[in-house]
Ligand binder design. Structure first.
Ligand SMILES: Cc1cc2nc3c(=O)[nH]c(=O)nc-3n(C[C@H](O)[C@H](O)[C@H](O)COP(=O)(O)OP(=O)(O)OC[C@H]3O[C@@H](n4cnc5c(N)ncnc54)[C@H](O)[C@@H]3O)c2cc1C
Length: 387
């Protein structure tokens, strides 16, 4: 593993750091939809969204190392995330990899500027981990597919313009072989979006019902029957994105501040817990650097993203569990004037529960690590069609 940076990379870091110091919104600034859209546009204008994407599609053509430096500096500056993160992490890369020239020209630019927001439709009421069992049916009718079925847990469907949706185009052969990926206009007749209320009071994900929705064949991504391959590669990007988006340095600061505010910094149990978190956060950070180094040297096992997602999401839960213990019984208060830290740890604790489920559960990630990294035999309950 090579941890050194070249003079050009250090110069790039200095440029990014100076730009962020001048442009990152204050922590008190509003973070509603339009504010986040404006922030993504500002970042994009500076060349910091889709930074490693080719210039011909509106990216900045930066190297993977420069993208990694940019990510570090965004985290260091406590910059807000981008509104269209799902599209940046996996929809855009999938369109660039599998799309026609026409699809690339049509869909990539508005992803970068957040003019068009994307939702992802894999999960169904009867197929989550076993995604290959998707039943949403797409039947060819001339130059359209007619789509009927239901998706669930669809993040951002209530504000999305487009849907990256997995559909069944054939019932012949193995179940994964009959899947295809469509790019569906969310304003098409026949789509109904129903929000799902979450335990933390928010409603960021939804059920999506599709009844005879007509999608032009020109919006098929890749070939008919290639959906499983498209989604498998998108899931690797999703796991990498989830793992990379968790900011442990920031969480460590918050937890140390919380322990100080509660007068618990002399409690040996609390000190021990925090020391463990610091150690584990460092391990996750160095694992990330090792995989970056592997990727730069062309020896990256793409399934390492499962291990990174597994460890970082489990660790983020340990952080919020520790904070709740440090805060004591008042920690359970959320929307209450007596809630410590304005209820931020309570919200974080509840939100973190979902992290080991979204993008594939921890059990499924362990299966991937066992089979695809360690080369262990498949467990008898596992079929080829698991996330
Ligand atoms: C915050 C959040 C956002 C999400 N956003 C989206 C989205 O935008 N689009 C989308 O399509 N989906 C989304 N999901 C859904 C998510 O991908 C699924 O919830 C997840 O894949 C698990 O599927 P499931 O809920 O059907 O559980 P199931 O697959 O029914 O699993 C139930 C339990 O069985 C275990 N299990 C299943 N198979 C195995 C196995 N082979 N070996 C061992 N254990 C197993 C699981 O680990 C789990 O504990 C989101 C979920 C969350 C929490």
């Amino acid at each position: 593993m090579d941890l050194s940076y070249s003079p050009d990379e250090e110069a790039f870091r200095a440029r990014v750091r100076a730009w962020l110091a001048a442009n990152v919104p204050a922590p008190t600034a509003r973070q509603d939809l339009e504010a986040l859209r404006a922030w993504q546009r500002t970042l994009h204008a500076a060349g910091f969204v889709g930074a490693s994407w080719p210039k011909e599609y509106g990216g900045a053509g930066l190297s993977d190392m420069e993208q990694a430096i940019l990510n570090e500096e965004l985290a260091r500056a406590r910059a807000p995330g981008v509104l269209n993160a799902m599209a940046i992490w996996w929809v855009g890369p999938a369109v660039m990899r599998y799309g026609t020239d026409e699809q690339k020209r049509r869909f990539i630019p508005p992803i970068l500027t957040a003019d068009e927001i994307w939702a992802t439709g894999y999960s169904e009421p009867t197929s989550g981990s076993d995604m290959a069992a998707a039943r949403t049916r797409a039947v060819r009718d001339g130059d359209h597919y007619v789509v009927s079925g239901q998706k669930i847990w669809t993040t951002l469907a209530h504000i999305a313009d487009w849907f990256f949706v997995l559909v069944r185009t054939s019932t012949e052969g193995p179940k994964w072989a009959g899947l295809s990926l469509l790019l569906m206009d969310m304003r098409s007749p026949g789509i109904e979006v129903r929000p799902i209320r979450q335990i933390d009071g928010g409603a960021e994900f939804n059920e999506v019902f599709m009844t005879d929705v007509r999608v032009p064949v020109a919006n098929l991504l890749g070939q008919e029957g290639q959906g499983w391959e498209v989604v498998s590669s998108a899931l690797i990007n999703e796991r990498t994105g989830i793992a990379g988006s968790i900011r442990f340095d920031q969480a460590l600061d918050w937890i140390a501040t919380t322990a100080r505010a509660q007068g618990k910094t002399k409690d040996p149990c609390v000190r021990q817990r925090i020391a463990e978190l610091v150690t584990k956060a460092a391990i996750v950070r160095y694992s990330g650097m090792r995989s970056l180094s592997d990727s730069l040297h062309g020896r990256m096992n793409p399934h390492l993203s499962a291990a990174m997602k597994l460890t970082s999401t489990s660790l983020t839960q340990e952080f919020s569990e520790t904070a709740m213990e440090v805060l004591g019984p008042y920690a359970a208060l959320m929307d209450d004037p007596r809630a410590p830290s304005s209820g931020r740890w309570a919200k974080q604790y509840l939100g973190d529960r979902s992290m080991t489920i979204a993008g594939g559960t921890s059990e499924v990630q362990r299966n991937i690590v066992a089979q695809r990294i360690l080369g262990l035999p498949r467990d008898r309950g596992t079929t080829a069609g698991k996330r």
